[in-house]
Design a protein around this ligand. Structure first.
Ligand code: NDP
Length: 333
């Protein structure tokens, strides 16, 4: 399957080009960017035969079957709608859009067009998160009482651009990281939060957007979820804990792009290290997307998953801005 990459971005060059090229019979044949100079340089650097600033030029190539969108967040909706209208399968970066209405429109359009639509939530593709999900599903912690996610990182200098200074481009830690934690929570607990309370702050990086957030979510089962996201924490590390009536899971260093970290299960029987696969998160995610496009299974995270993670993140922001508890509306999904 030939792909067009829309967005000459860091995530595309660091992970996604390789993830596509590792799939049998898949390659990237176009790159689309807003900058005439950058797109030529980027294409040459990554051996991509076609470079353009005109999205329609790439979309009108019948050889292109899939489009990966990793532009800044405000562009996702328009680019995805154009790709879907051209009959392409779409793998879109999170957050799917700036608003829930945008995300819903994209997912409904893909459904109507009969194309595969995926959201690039990589964490649910990791061996560590899948091992934790299995522990929970197998009842190893008993009834889940609580989930604590700590995902406060230090944004690398090369990414300290639109994420920290442009609300118009979808900056802020809530659209950037809370969406991932929302997807992880839904994936691990297999249920959707019903309401949230939250606070947000600018603690040194955010210019007109929040760079830190803490929130507490209510789950239908009664489990409580607590999350902490930030761009400004150099030494906090990341991870999550799941606490249940029969055991606790302590997972360190797993809220990351690489297959690293460690998982301990603690029960009355003692402490046990849980092994997990160290496959690439992104290669795995693309492989599930490619299979889905070929009619086998579904993408690791599909369109409704992307609508839901965005709906939760937007509710967290609304809760933080208003000081109110917000009931989450999933836009019909
Ligand atoms: P970047 O800032 O690297 O790229 C975003 C856009 O900024 C590019 O499409 C490009 O625009 C422009 N740009 C990039 N580098 C430069 C540069 N040196 N000079 C001028 N313009 C530049 O963003 P990310 O790769 O970090 O994020 C892109 C998207 O991917 C976002 O939606 C983000 O949320 C998502 N993301 C997802 C991750 C995941 O694990 N699922 C991880 C990281 C990001 P143009 O294409 O027009 O040239």
């Amino acid at each position: 399957m030939n792909w067009a990459f829309v967005g000459a971005s860091t995530i595309a060059s660091q992970y996604m080009l390789d993830a596509v090229r590792q799939q049998a019979d898949n390659d990237v044949t176009w790159v689309v960017s807003n900058s005439p100079d950058r797109v030529q340089t980027w294409a040459k650097e990554h051996s991509i035969p076609n470079a353009t600033t005109d999205l329609n030029a790439a979309l009108s190539d019948d050889g292109v079957k899939a489009v990966y969108i990793s532009s800044t967040n405000e562009k996702h909706h328009g680019q995805a709608m154009a790709a879907i209208a051209a009959g392409k399968h779409v793998l879109c970066e999170k957050p799917l859009g700036m608003t829930q209405a945008e995300a819903v429109e994209m997912v409904r359009a893909a459904d109507a067009a009969g194309v595969t639509f995926g959201t690039n939530h990589h964490l649910r593709c990791s061996g560590s998160h899948r091992a934790i999900r299995n522990l929970i599903a197998d009842g190893r912690v008993g009834e889940v009482l609580s989930l604590r996610i700590h995902h406060a990182v230090h944004l690398p200098e090369n990414l300290q651009g639109w994420r920290i200074n442009s609300a118009d481009a979808g900056g802020g830690v809530i659209p950037d990281i809370v969406v991932h934690d929302a997807d992880v929570t839904r994936f691990l607990l297999n249920e959707d939060p019903v309401s949230v309370v939250a606070q947000m702050a600018s603690s040194g990086m955010g210019q007109g957007v929040e760079d830190s957030c803490m929130s507490v979510w209510t789950m239908p089962s009664g489990a409580m979820v607590m999350t902490h996201e930030s761009f400004t924490h150099p030494f906090a590390g990341s991870g999550l804990q799941v606490h249940g009536t029969e055991g606790s899971i302590f997972a360190d260093g797993i809220m990351t792009q690489r297959p690293v970290g460690a998982i301990q299960l603690v029960t009355e029987a003692g402490s046990e290290e849980i092994p997990f696969s160290d496959h690439s998160l992104y290669v795995h995610g693309v492989s599930e997307f490619v299979a889905a496009a070929a009619g086998q299974g579904r993408p690791a995270a599909d369109g409704p998953d992307g609508v839901k993670s965005l709906s939760i993140a937007l509710s967290v922001r609304e809760a933080a801005a208003s000081g109110e508890r917000i009931n989450i509306d999933y836009g019909g999904f």
